[in-house]
Design a protein around this ligand. Structure first.
Ligand SMILES: NC(=O)c1ccc[n+]([C@@H]2O[C@H](COP(=O)([O-])OP(=O)(O)OC[C@H]3O[C@@H](n4cnc5c(N)ncnc54)[C@H](O)[C@@H]3O)[C@@H](O)[C@H]2O)c1
Ligand SMILES: O=C(O)[C@H](O)COP(=O)(O)O
Length: 600
């Protein structure tokens, strides 16, 4: 089994890469990079089909918004980088079919049309920042495209900007500055309010929210927070009390917004919720414009419910020039500058570039937004089982008689590991891949496996069988059962009526160890012929000689039987695909009751 020292897989090589087919690379190159590790050519046939770039053919990354130099440098070391800013949606759709990755900030809408236009080539979208509300995540997932972001590098910058807006608003800095520049000297007009002793409600106690809270405490404010998902002890640790949404609204002198824009937070500040606030409340928003109903905010400002607002983000960016909100004298506005410090932009660029390059190499990203993260060490251990899982899925689906739709699949993992010590998402994804890819044109990876299964009405249930013994190996066996279908090989139907195949990893190599109720043992390499017959002498020789006549190499043979001279299943591993004529001749051997040829 080809092993990688780093985390891996994710990207299927079945995608069409306009300039580079992975099979062509195989033919013309002697070494490859898979998951960041250089492998000799022969290793590849043992690798699951992940994205593979030959070392002399680079992927292409489109950088659609300005990115820090350090990030660009990292990208250029691995890929051809096309920096094209201010593309229209149409231009972006045209370019994207030639790109393996796209890097954006918040100014580019990565829509469903973009994924559709990519023709399957786009494998990674890198968001150089936190908010991914400008990326159609559902469409990305459906197209098997990984989305990664840079969730940490601009946290401090955003928090500092929040504090800058808070203090500037309280002391009318922006308005006073404009009036001085207009030749006025209005000392009485711009009397501010003090922060010390005032209550600040931080809405969204995540990375930015908690940094804002920490800084506001330093300014002598009483800080409370509302976040349905934040652990109370994290808040307590910095002296912040978590409260309900209504309590936060009712008791705050200042409200600072730090939640993501989601269907649940969209316009969470609206006429109804403004009415619950203290009269004269002041609001800061460095999160997303869409969390405020901006027309309702204008009404609340006019009514004096909200005394002032300081806004870095808007529902539409840039907002219309004649926006009543922007023009309001009690509003301070900045053009989405939260992340815009030199330091944050360099950090974000490096963070996203590393994630994009890692993803292009086939590594799982720690900042994946739409895929589970599998730690490198877990992945290394699971690798042979990943191959086994895909092959069992592939075998099981080929045993289904044409016309019987596969709907219900049960996977059983026999393991001596404690139940919470085995992450099966990767294995499930590979079984799905094995089952769906042979019968469709869809390519499956960890990003879209569950989605695709659901879309096709395929229900995959999983069961853990806790085995005695040493938990050295993560999995002892994997069993795949397909219920409520006919089989083209009746002996593959188990006593309980499902198609059943079971396999194990032996010396790093996946083996088929059970078909229906018959124990067999055949290495899952090349292809397999299954025959059923009444156990009798000479059967192996008869089938072997038909194959031998055609120079088809037999790699393994194994017979599983109920009892000597009773019903048996013979599993034959072959390196080459036998001709139809040979298969017909095998079927005509008098003792053979049924047989099936299964490609792997
Ligand atoms: N203005 C800027 O330039 C700028 C810069 C960085 C981040 N941001 C934005 O700030 C926001 C926060 O970023 P972050 O890095 O702190 O993200 P984060 O994921 O670390 O924190 C968000 C928090 O919001 C909480 N949350 C979710 N739904 C909520 C709800 N209904 N009510 C209250 N809390 C809820 C989450 O539990 C989480 O703790 C995001 O919208 C991000 O896009 C803006
Ligand atoms: O979500 C974020 O990271 C911020 O809003 C920053 O967005 P930007 O990258 O467009 O500045």
């Amino acid at each position: 089994m080809a092993a990688s020292a780093s985390s891996t897989m994710l990207l299927s090589s079945k995608s069409s890469r306009a300039s580079l087919s992975w099979k062509n690379q195989l033919a013309s190159t002697s070494a490859f990079r898979v998951s960041g590790v250089t492998l000799p050519r022969r290793s590849l046939r043992q690798c699951p089909r992940f994205i593979v770039y030959s070392m002399d053919a680079k992927p292409t990354v489109l950088v659609a918004e300005k990115l820090g130099e350090a990030g660009l440098k990292l990208l250029k070391e691995f890929a051809n980088v096309d920096c094209s800013y201010n593309l229209s949606p149409e231009e972006l759709c045209t370019k994207i079919s030639l790109c393996d990755a796209l890097v954006v900030r918040s100014g580019t809408k990565v829509t469903r049309e973009i994924f559709e236009s990519s023709g399957g080539r786009l494998k990674v979208v890198g968001r150089a920042g936190v908010g991914i509300d400008n990326v159609d995540l559902a469409a990305a997932t459906e197209h098997g495209c990984l989305v990664v972001n840079a969730p940490t590098a601009n946290t401090v910058a955003a928090a500092e900007h929040g504090i800058a807006l808070l203090t500037a608003m309280a002391r009318n800095v922006a308005q006073a500055d404009a009036s001085v520049k207009a030749g006025k000297w209005l000392r009485n007009k711009y009397v501010g309010v003090s922060l010390v002793g005032k209550t600040l409600a931080v809405m969204g106690f995540g990375k930015v929210g908690s940094e804002v809270a920490r800084r506001a405490k330093g300014l002598g404010m009483h800080v409370i927070a509302h976040d349905p998902y934040a652990p109370a002890d994290r808040a307590r640790a910095i002296g912040v009390q978590l409260v309900s949404f209504d309590e936060a609204l009712a008791s705050a002198d200042f409200i600072s917004l730090h939640m993501p824009l989601t269907p649940a937070t969209k316009q969470i500040l609206n006429d109804e919720t403004f009415a619950k606030m203290k009269k004269g409340v002041r609001i800061v928003n460095v999160a997303r414009g869409g969390v405020i109903d901006e027309e309702a905010l204008v009404r609340a400002l006019d009514a004096g419910i909200v005394a002032q607002a300081a806004l870095d983000v808007f529902t539409v960016e840039p907002p219309p020039k004649d926006s009543k909100l922007i023009q309001h004298e009690n509003v301070t506005a900045t053009p989405h500058l939260g992340a815009s410090t030199t330091e944050a932009q360099e950090g974000v660029a490096i963070e996203v570039a590393e994630a994009v390059v890692g993803a292009l190499k086939g590594e799982l990203s720690a900042t994946a937004v739409n895929a589970p993260m599998v730690p490198a060490e877990v992945l290394l251990e699971l690798k042979p089982f990943v191959v086994l899982a895909e092959k069992l899925g592939r075998l099981a689906v080929q045993l289904v008689a044409g016309g019987s739709g596969v709907k219900s699949v049960k996977v059983t993992y026999g393991s001596a590991r404690a139940p919470d010590d085995l992450d099966t998402r990767l294995l499930r994804a590979m079984i799905t891949k094995g089952m769906i890819e042979p019968i469709s044109s869809v390519f499956i990876n960890l990003v879209n496996a569950d989605f695709t299964a659901k879309q096709r009405g395929l229900q995959i249930s999983e069961e853990r069988l806790l085995l005695d013994g040493s938990p050295e190996s993560p999995v002892e066996f994997i069993q795949v059962q397909i219920a409520n279908v006919e089989s083209k090989f009746a002996s593959a139907i188990s006593d309980s009526g499902e198609i059943r195949v079971e396999g194990r990893v032996k010396d790093g190599v996946p083996h088929l160890t059970k078909v229906g109720s018959f124990e067999v043992d055949v290495s899952l390499e090349g292809s397999i012929i299954l025959c059923s017959q009444v156990d009798q002498p000479g059967m192996i020789g008869k089938v072997g000689s038909v194959l031998g006549e055609e120079n088809v190499n037999v790699s393994f043979m194994s017979v599983g039987r109920v009892a000597p001279r009773k019903q048996a299943v013979m599993a034959i591993g072959v390196d080459e695909q036998p001709s139809k004529e040979s298969l017909k001749r095998i079927g005509e051997i008098p003792a053979i009751q049924e047989f099936v040829y299964l490609g792997l």
